[in-house]
Design a protein. Structure first.
Length: 113
């Protein structure tokens, strides 16, 4: 079990053995899990250009784009976010996420999952 004491902790965005591959174009590298993060979790996502995934999830997230660009949402409500931007994806938000180019982002979700 991870140490959950109240102190600053450093996490890596490197792809480790615990990385989850959704397909050949999307990889998720967990960082902060429920055991250590309490009500939130965090992970790094790597999306190859052209990768797409459905958005609806039973939790809210904030994504910080470290490099690349994404199109997020549904129809005319979709937004484009680039390196340095962040986007709030509400619980059960409709639409998709599409990598417009190779993209790396950090995701923080509440509740933890």
């Amino acid at each position: 079990m991870a140490d959950a004491s109240p102190r600053a902790r450093r996490f890596s965005s490197q792809i480790g053995e615990d990385a989850v591959r959704l397909n050949d174009r999307i990889v998720i590298a967990p960082a902060l899990a429920e055991e250590a993060g309490g009500p939130m979790s965090a992970y790094t996502s790597f999306l190859g250009a052209g990768a797409r995934a459905d958005l609806p999830a039973p939790y809210a997230e904030v994504w910080v784009v470290l490099g690349g660009a994404l199109r997020v949402g549904a129809g005319e409500d979709a937004v484009t976010v680039r390196a340095g931007d962040f986007v709030h994806v509400p619980e059960e938000a409709p639409g998709t996420v599409e990598a417009l180019e190779d993209t790396t982002m950090v995701c923080v979700s509440v509740p933890a999952h």
